[in-house]
Design a protein around this ligand. Structure first.
Ligand code: GAL
Ligand code: CA
Length: 315
């Protein structure tokens, strides 16, 4: 059995953990079933044109199933038409195609996690902190939460919806907020550090919370704070999403207040289970929990210092 996996960019921290889990879990499934599984992984390096060529190559190599992490999530239709012409089932992951594209063919699936849920849980982390000790967060004592927002790639469902739902959770919870600054840092640590450095110069201690659409950007914000002479006790509260290994270390050291686990292992497991079922011609709904015939949703989980150990033991 051959699975072609097209990554949008292999140097993305979260995506590289998904790829790693796919390799482990394919090996594990091979040992368990005795069925040889070959995984081909390509790196789109953020170019949709390159990714199209890679998909063509997977089809020419007679892959049985394709797993695609789109560079441009509005570009699914071309890939769907190619796969359908060859009768090769498609599993999109992490970068969600629009619903009309998913409906184009019955052999199309999406494995991911609900973007609004991740935003809500990130907002909940901050809401809990505010309720526990409002004075610690509201450093200027004006009863309003002043914040900055580091956003992921423009147009990405996770960037749009985490930005929206994190704040909505606070306002729904009765907290008044004031946005001091927001910008995209494209999921990227160095860009986030540069942006945060400028904000710290411009706003100084006025920023009470930095919301980061992912952990790499949260680590970038931390890099910028470490470059200042501020005591860690004076840093704004920082929250991320993903629960990558370095982010969990930052939670342990108290530099990152919390994050939201984006279950890379669960997503990889669902993709392998789904791929095996599709290859064997079995009913995919028996292999994974399928919604609306196309979607597999993995839950997110809040992570703070309080449940860090539990989480690390479970992994
Ligand atoms: C998000 C993740 C980011 C980045 C992005 C890539 O789900 O939180 O860190 O990996 O996907 O599409
Ligand atoms: Ca305030």
């Amino acid at each position: 059995m051959r699975i072609g996996v097209a990554l949008y960019a292999q140097d993305d921290t979260f995506i590289s953990t998904v790829a790693q889990n796919l390799e482990w879990l394919a090996q594990e499934a091979e040992n368990r079933t005795g069925q040889k599984i070959s995984l081909f992984i390509s790196d789109g390096r953020s170019s949709q044109t390159s990714q199209m060529d890679q998909v063509d190559r997977f089809l020419a190599r007679q892959c049985d199933v394709l797993c695609v992490n789109l560079v441009d999530r509005t570009a699914a239709a071309v890939i769907i038409d190619k796969a359908e012409a060859e009768g090769v089932p498609l599993i999109f992951f992490n970068r969600q195609p629009v619903a009309e594209d998913i409906q184009r063919w019955d052999q199309i699936y999406y494995v991911g996690a609900s973007a609004p849920e991740s935003g809500t849980l990130q907002g909940q982390l901050v809401l809990d902190a505010w309720r526990q000790d409002p004075a610690a967060l509201d450093r200027n004592g004006d009863g309003v939460l002043q914040y900055a927002m580091l956003e992921g790639e423009p147009g990405h469902q996770d960037a749009l919806l985490r930005t929206e739902y994190s704040i909505k959770t606070l306002t729904d919870g009765g907290v008044e907020v004031e946005k001091l600054a927001n910008d995209t840092a494209n999921w990227n640590r160095a860009q986030a550090a540069a942006r945060t450095g400028q904000w710290l110069e411009g706003f100084g201690a006025q920023i009470e919370v930095i919301f980061c659409n992912n952990d790499d950007m949260a680590l970038g914000a931390i890099d910028a704070l470490r470059d200042t002479r501020w005591e860690q006790a004076d840093w704004p509260l920082i929250v991320g999403v993903d629960a990558t290994a370095p982010a969990l270390e930052a939670v342990a050291s108290g530099q990152l207040y919390g994050t939201v686990l984006n279950d890379s292992r669960g997503q990889a497991q669902a993709m392998i289970d789904l791929a095996l079922a599709l290859w064997a011609g079995e009913d995919p709904a028996q292999a994974v929990e399928l919604e609306e015939g196309h979607y597999v949703w993995l839950p997110y989980h809040m992570v703070t210092r309080d449940n860090l150990e539990e989480l690390q033991e479970a992994q």
